[in-house]
Design a protein around this ligand. Structure first.
Ligand SMILES: Cc1cc2nc3c(=O)[nH]c(=O)nc-3n(C[C@H](O)[C@H](O)[C@H](O)COP(=O)(O)OP(=O)(O)OC[C@H]3O[C@@H](n4cnc5c(N)ncnc54)[C@H](O)[C@@H]3O)c2cc1C
Length: 435
């Protein structure tokens, strides 16, 4: 029995936009300044400038339709997701095969043409778009699933597969991707590997160094590296794949990925809790680890000013009254009765001890999605604040939220909003400063 808990839909909702900033500015309304102008001290390297001979080679290789040169077609590839930086590439290439990637890179290398690999262009640090006029190598057409091993749960696919498409494909096979993030509808698995993306369930399924079993990559000179092992245990020699995980295109282009996929959980529960201090958040995290054990799959923090973004800008309803902190706790397991029992016990203890002030829990799909949206839509909502400085920080857990307080003390009213949300389980906070 979940004493003191309000079931979703029964509780009063918090007044939307209580902390809504007075001044709204829309950074996304126009194009950002060229990166070369904003950071004029960064100088273009000694690279060649694209000419007609280069374009002729690309068109002979890929055909007219897979070589974009029209400025309006290139624009989306020159501007990043948060519309913060902007390059001026005049050529976007869309290879379909590893061989084409290899031929493009060998050619560019021999002609000293700079290349910017690009996946879903959801990276938040400007790495996915050219700084100057680099040729963009876009992996969107490398989107085939190569094989699936249902017994071992191993998926092999091309780098341009969109994460959400893989998730849907695996669901039909009783499996799931070991990572999930708010950008899943656009980001590519090749981009995920190249950024060593963490996401919402790293706490449970670990990082990509553990789940990527192998990969194929093409070096800048066109050499293809076949590191596409599908073995869970492979202790032969060096494991070059780890260098590519998180290398952000600096070592070459990832073209294929073999990844370990866990079984799709049959029982999922999500609770959303209100707390009065960050110390209580840490106490709740310890309690969750103790009580939920192996089924704990996510433990996400949202502070009041972050929740205000989604209630204010997106008009979403919070199921709880106002608190300084909220946490989203998710379990994934294989037995509904067992998992619900554990979640109930955890919530009872959290409420009875006063560590958690209020909460709601559900296992209904639509309601779980609604709660997850409160967390996942913060990132895009923040863009409506104006210019946002975004920091993605991994910190010792005790300092996790202190960084937000420190910035508030130092910057004070000069910022429109200073807020923090993120993955408590990984010590990874998203600090955002809107000005
Ligand atoms: C709403 C939202 C939520 C997010 N949440 C998270 C999160 O929880 N955790 C997290 O880690 N990130 C998160 N991100 C950031 C981003 O989604 C990830 O970094 C993602 O992995 C990038 O994938 P992408 O395909 O969009 O890559 P891109 O943005 O296109 O590229 C990112 C970098 O990888 C390089 N690259 C891309 N593809 C290749 C390739 N095939 N070979 C070599 N280099 C390549 C690019 O050159 C660039 O340097 C989030 C972003 C958004 C918008």
């Amino acid at each position: 029995m979940l004493r003191g808990l309000q079931r979703l839909g029964v509780s009063r909702s918090a007044s939307p936009g209580k902390y809504f900033p007075q001044y709204k500015r829309y950074a996304s309304a126009g194009l950002p300044e060229f990166t070369k102008d904003r950071y004029s001290h960064v100088k273009r390297g000694n690279f060649a400038t694209l000419d007609q001979n280069h374009l002729n080679f690309f068109r002979d290789l890929l055909g007219e339709n897979r070589v974009l040169t029209d400025p309006s077609d290139c624009q989306a590839h020159n501007v990043d997701w948060i519309r913060n930086v902007r390059g001026y590439s005049q050529c976007v290439l869309k290879p379909r095969t590893t061989k084409e990637v290899s031929q493009i890179l060998a050619f560019c290398n021999s002609r000293r043409l700079a290349v910017c690999p690009q996946g879903g262009n959801t990276g938040l640090v400007g790495g996915s778009v050219p700084v100057f006029d680099e040729v963009v190598l876009h992996t969107a057409l490398m989107n085939k699933i190569i094989s699936i091993d249902n017994v071992l749960g191993v998926l092999v696919c091309e780098a341009g597969c969109v994460l959400e498409n893989l998730e849907n494909y695996l669901a039909d096979n009783g499996l799931m991707m070991p990572l999930d993030l708010g950008a899943k509808g656009s980001c590519h698995i090749g981009g995920n590997v190249s950024t060593n993306a963490g996401g919402l369930r790293l706490l449970r399924y670990g990082n990509l160094h553990g789940s990527v079993l192998g990969l194929e990559a093409v070096k800048a000179d066109g050499e293809v590296l076949d590191l596409l092992s599908t073995l869970k245990k492979d202790n032969t020699g060096f494991h070059l794949k780890h260098l590519f995980i998180g290398s952000e295109g600096t070592l070459g282009v990832v073209t294929k990925v073999a990844i370990q996929c866990p079984p799709k959980p049959r029982a999922v529960n999500v609770s959303f809790l209100g707390l009065e201090s960050f110390e209580k958040v840490l106490e709740t995290f310890q309690l969750a680890k103790r009580e939920l054990g192996e089924i704990l799959s996510s433990f996400e923090l949202i502070d009041a000013l972050s929740l205000d973004v989604v209630t204010g800008y997106h008009g979403m309803k919070s199921p709880l009254d106002d608190y300084p902190f909220y946490v989203l706790v998710e379990t994934q397991g294989s037995n509904e009765v067992h998992d619900e029992g554990k979640m109930s016990k955890f919530l009872e203890k959290a409420l009875e001890s006063g560590v958690v002030k209020d909460g709601t829990v559900t296992n209904e799909d639509s309601k779980m999605k609604a709660i997850w949206a409160l967390r996942e839509r913060i990132t895009d909502g923040l863009l409506l604040d104006g210019y946002v400085f975004k920091y993605d920080l991994s910190l010792p857990i005790k300092e996790f939220y202190g960084i937000v307080t420190e910035f508030r003390n130092r910057i004070g009213k000069d910022a429109v909003r200073i807020c923090g949300y993120g993955h408590v389980g990984d010590g990874n906070i998203h600090l955002n400063i809107s000005v």
